[in-house]
Design a protein around this ligand. Structure first.
Ligand code: AQP
Length: 345
């Protein structure tokens, strides 16, 4: 991880996931697996269930409650240790919303208009009917990161533009108020599967809110469902090539090979060295076995943890206390920089 302009800031990792549905293989490979790896690097790690982001599109309250706990269970089942990392849900730490508002006043409408996720999520729909929160989503995300003065943010490819916007917001705030207060955060995008694609369309990312359940592998899918989804995954008639560059123009083939590589902890080159010349008919069952082997223990552990929702809530609450202790002084200093009068007595 590079230090760059952030030498004066203590290294701190922040990232979050929305409880907007069940976790997918994309969330696991692009985010959670890497979050867990980072907790052993000696750098403070702060991870969040971003429930306030989830409500930028309507959520059934009962489902949101369940999905929040299920996401926390997913983090723990994948190896997140609450003694090593701080895990909490966003709405319990009010500084996120407070700094989000400040950043709404720093960020420009034109910046938000350029966000590809905003364009993707409103494509083919009437953007006038989207919530103001969905439009301002990247500003709240910048607040999530900067309220901890986080220097590094592990994310999938799809979130890179939002982290770049976070850097722009930090730089504009620092410039407008003549301070060097917010760090210029680095995105950390590494690994063979930083962009896991839909199993039905290799040009679309795998997403928990995709209407087609066959497009994704859920962390809670059983072995038969995983095998069925991989068997039915779209591919082409060509055999596996020898070299990664020969996967260009074959998005579905590239996706399955990348998923295999990420699950096996190999490079795409190594996977091709083993399977070159074979058809997907023989590759898919091997991929299914590997996916089941990796995900089954996580799914079983999630099921066990979900039996005790009060314990999940307790751990999230303790995490919120620790997160608040970092965020509150940063928020108070922000108010001071802005010129807001805070003394009451
Ligand atoms: N397909 C993916 N490949 C790699 N990484 C992914 N991530 C999400 N999908 C993929 C990473 O997971 C983290 C959490 O994402 P999020 O839930 O906050 O929002 P998202 O990126 O919008 O994920 P979804 O699944 O597509 O959610 P919905 O459908 O609700 O919008 C991020 O680090 C993201 O990069």
């Amino acid at each position: 991880m590079t230090e760059g302009a952030n030498a004066k800031f203590q290294k701190r990792v922040f990232s979050g996931i929305q409880p907007s549905g069940g976790l997918t293989l994309g969330n696991y490979l692009g985010a959670i697996k890497r979050f867990v790896e980072m907790q052993d690097t000696g750098i403070e790690t702060v991870y969040c269930v971003v429930d306030m982001h989830a409500i930028t599109v309507w959520q059934d309250p009962e489902a949101l409650r369940r999905q929040t706990r299920e996401l926390a269970a997913g983090y723990f089942a994948a190896g997140l240790n609450p003694e090593k990392s701080i895990l909490f849900n966003q709405s319990q730490v009010s500084a996120h919303a407070e700094l989000g508002w400040v950043f709404n006043c720093v960020a420009r409408m034109g910046w938000m208009n350029r966000m590809t996720q905003w364009k993707d999520k409103t494509a083919g729909k009437d953007a006038e009917k989207a919530s103001l929160g969905l439009f301002a989503y990247p500003s709240l995300m910048a607040a999530d990161i900067l309220v901890y003065h986080a220097t590094h943010v592990p994310v999938g490819e799809d979130q890179k533009q939002h982290v770049e916007l976070t850097r722009d917001i930090a730089a504009k705030f620092n410039h407008d108020y003549g301070v060097d207060f917010f760090p210029i955060t680095e995105p950390v995008i590494e690994g063979a599967a930083t962009r896991v694609m839909s199993l039905r369309d290799g040009t679309k990312k795998m997403s928990k809110s995709d209407p087609s359940d066959m497009s994704r592998i859920n962390l809670t899918d059983d072995a038969d469902t995983i095998a069925k989804k991989i068997k039915k995954a779209k591919t082409d008639a060509e055999p596996m090539p020898d070299l990664p560059e020969m996967l260009a123009g074959r998005p579905e083939a590239k996706n399955l090979v990348s998923i295999y590589a990420a699950l096996a902890g190999q490079t795409v080159e190594q996977v091709l060295a083993d399977y070159a010349g074979q058809g997907f008919g023989s590759f898919k069952p091997k991929l299914a076995d590997l996916a089941v082997e990796t995900l089954a223990p996580i799914s079983t552990e999630m099921g066990r943890l979900m039996q005790d929702p009060a314990e999940i809530d307790r751990i999230l609450g303790l995490g919120a206390d620790r997160a608040d202790a970092i965020a509150r002084p940063i928020m108070e200093r922000t108010y001071e920089i802005l010129g807001m009068v805070r003394s009451r007595h």
